[in-house]
Ligand binder design. Structure first.
Ligand code: ATP
Length: 200
């Protein structure tokens, strides 16, 4: 999956709108300590659906991803990230050559998710990216300390990583979803039977 552009506004140390184009080949980000290099990969992780503030190196609540202000500049009221993916090979299940995934979070706690400008749920982004390796549970953004975590992980957790890499995580997810719906339908049937018994 090729990244084409990352757009950030109000996210961590980036109050102003910043657009980064990814050209062909490898992109390196260089800068002094504390200049925001890792914040860029956090932005990628966040827009791809990361919900754990720990994984985003935030202090404990999602609000901490919003630019918190400096001595010279006031805090922002929201954080916004958009990531443009090349979909010319139509790997993703959408009828477009590009997929623009967007996420916005307001200090009030309100969230917005978009795919190609259309409002959607976080679940839609999760499902779109399943088995591409770049989703929330993907293995392509390796944070500091992640390798040690993988080595120390339980075998069931490590298995999940391999399943995502092999492209079968999607089927496990769908199976779980189907089982959840089946259980809900069985429960509804049970309620219906109770009502029928009362009527008879
Ligand atoms: P290093 O090379 O040391 O790993 P880095 O270039 O990767 O550094 P980051 O860790 O990406 O730097 O950025 C750290 C900076 O981001 C710190 O100065 C921190 O104050 C700032 N920062 C993080 N969250 C916010 C926020 N919500 N609002 C404002 N600034 C923030």
């Amino acid at each position: 999956m090729v990244f084409k552009e990352l757009e950030i506004q109000g996210f961590k140390s980036f109050p102003d709108k910043v657009k980064i184009r990814f050209d062909e080949g490898v992109t390196g980000v260089v800068g002094p300590n504390g200049s925001g290099k890792s914040n860029l990969s956090d932005a990628v992780r966040w827009v791809l659906g990361e919900t754990s503030s720990r994984q985003l190196r935030a202090a404990g609540k999602m609000e901490d991803v919003i630019f918190g202000g400096t001595r010279r500049r006031g805090a922002m009221g929201f954080a916004m990230v958009r990531l443009t993916l090349d979909n010319s090979a139509h790997t993703l299940d959408i009828d477009a050559d590009e997929a623009v995934i967007g996420r916005k979070y307001y200090r009030s706690g309100e969230s917005e998710y978009t795919i190609n400008g259309q409002l959607c749920r976080l679940k839609d982004i999760y499902e779109l990216l399943l088995d591409t390796g770049i989703g929330r549970d993907g293995y392509s953004v390796i944070g500091q300390g992640r390798i040690a975590e993988i080595v120390a992980a339980k075998s069931s957790e490590r298995r999940e990583i391999f399943e995502e890499a092999c492209g079968i995580a999607k089927y496990r997810y769908r199976k779980n979803e189907a089982e959840r719906r089946l259980a809900a339908a069985a429960e509804n049937l049970e309620r219906l039977r109770d009502i029928l018994d009362e009527l008879e």
